[in-house]
Design a protein around this ligand. Sequence first.
Ligand SMILES: [Fe+2]
Length: 301
Amino acid sequence: MTAPEPPVRVTKLGYVSFETPDVARLTEYYTKVLGFALVEETTSQVFLTTGGDHHCITIEKAEVSRGRNVIGYEIRESLDNAQLRLKEAGLASERRTDIGPGTPDVLVIEEPLTGSALHLYEEQSRSGVDSTFDHRPNKLGHVAAYTPSPRDMRSFYEGALGFRWSDTVGDFFVFLRCNADHHAANFMQSTTMQGMHHIAYEARDLTHLQTMIDNLNKHDYRLYWGPGRHSVGHNIFTYHEDPDGNHIELFTQLDVMLDEDNGYFEPRPWHEHFPMRPTTWEADLAVMNKWGPIPDGMIKR
Ligand SMILES: [Fe+2]
């Protein structure tokens, strides 16, 4: 039996919002330390990009630092059709033309369990930003969040937004993909923690990752974990904190599933299984880091 067609098919993680008490400080971190291009500033928001899309990060002022209260997803079908299909599935959405520059037409729905706003759109305006070969990340890769129920979140992301299951660690950390990349969204179970767990930016390759980390060091940012290799997704990872204390991953070599019909990730020599299919992993050290240790307190739940 085939699963019913989801009302919406997300094809890309487009953008993530940050709220901060110090907009100038976080903007300087994104432009100087990570090399993002500043595309546009309004009275309330700063828009930053890594490439052709108008933005992949927005920053706005707030009393308290917060990440991922808004997530923008690009979808395959028309917004008219998506709105209709969401309604048929019993999901309320609001069509908005006033969200801001870069996204003139957006469907807004509420993410269950977190209350974050999901913006669904067909296409962003172009940024007009020239490409570079310096320390700017290749793209926004994924954003991870806490949820009281990874199972319910998976069910919503698969059933409503067309994501596919990639992996689970124990019963507490689920990884979901919306295109070939192993994950664009991942959710860790917690009843005490809320909000964003970490956000991740992709390097083209190891040399690019080194350039990014050397640039962190030039600006006095130090890694608190990595480089290492995760088993889940098999990306080479590094983690540091931005000036607000948000957890930032810079990574490369994430698994890709090029053929959904085959159902396995492209073979790599560091894989534990051949073929490497979506798996439920035991929560042990080697799953979190194949190469070395995990810092104390790294997994807060
Ligand atoms: Fe990650």
